[in-house]
Design a protein around this ligand. Structure first.
Ligand SMILES: *[C@@H]1O[C@H](CO)[C@@H](O)[C@H](O)[C@H]1NC(C)=O
Length: 253
């Protein structure tokens, strides 16, 4: 387009020159050269270049010593940070192995003493002299048959002696049955005076003699029956008819 304007201008100049009345002799002076134009505008920015290749060391890979030398000095230790929040509670672990068996417990002394005391709190006997001979004077009456003698046979059949094991109040009572007169003491070292019981009769029939007492005994004190001579005829000692003496005793409290 610019070329078209230039062409129109040249045609105009040529027509002016051709229509002038001037010969080759009428020549004008040359004009001055025009002023230099201003600098043109900047061009468009170029395209972004390709990324470069990494550098290759002549000896291949760098060794650690070189890297250490390149590494900078360690900085000062920083301040301790704030303590973190408490963590969540962990799961319950598996059950442990069973422990060793414990030492034996204390013996049941209290219970035993209680049991012992309740056992000791009992004492009872009922024994029988069943031989037909007359009980010898001034001798302890002995026995052959036991009805009860518990729990520890406090009455000795062979000696005829009851020995107190559990202190307390006891009731003693005896009954004799014979066809001849008989006298018996109920004796004890707990008694100040012996207790004598007699029964006299002339009938040839059985007669019962009884006697009894309550005694306060301490451990070791003794109680027994003993035959004695009082008003019986001398013939009784040779009597061989059936006789029976039962001796009973028991702890009241
Ligand atoms: C007396 O009792 C004992 C024991 O029970 C018995 O062995 C004996 O035969 C009895 N004696 C008489 C004479 O009954």
């Amino acid at each position: 387009m610019g070329g078209y304007y230039w062409l129109v201008a040249l045609v105009g100049v040529a027509s002016l020159l051709s229509s002038g009345q001037c010969s080759e002799s009428c020549r004008g002076t040359d004009g001055h050269a025009g002023e230099a134009g201003g600098p043109g505008r900047d061009g468009w920015p170029g395209q972004k270049g390709e990324k470069g290749e990494p550098a290759v060391m002549p000896g291949g890979l760098m060794d650690a010593a070189v890297l250490m030398r390149l590494k900078g000095e360690a900085g000062n230790r920083g301040l301790q940070g704030i303590m973190g929040l408490k963590g969540y509670r962990g799961d319950v672990g598996p059950a442990g192995l069973p422990g060793r068996p414990g030492p034996p417990g204390p013996d049941d002394r209290g219970f035993s003493q209680h049991a012992e005391s309740s056992r000791q709190a009992r004492s009872a006997f009922s024994v029988v002299r069943n031989v037909s001979t007359y009980p010898a004077y001034n001798k302890k009456v002995t026995f052959q048959r036991t009805i009860i003698n518990k729990p520890f046979e406090d009455l000795n059949l062979n000696t005829g002696i009851f020995t107190c094991r559990v202190p307390g109040s006891y009731y003693f009572v005896f009954h004799s049955m014979s066809k001849v007169s008989m006298c018996l003491y109920l004796m004890s070292d707990a008694l100040v005076r012996d207790l004598g019981f007699c029964d006299y009769h002339t009938r040839k029939r059985d007669q019962v003699l009884s006697g009894g007492v309550v005694l306060q005994l301490t451990a070791g004190q003794k109680v027994w029956l003993q035959s004695f001579k009082d008003q019986q005829p001398d013939s009784v000692v040779s009597d061989r008819q059936d006789k029976q003496i039962i001796f009973n005793g028991f702890l009241l409290f």
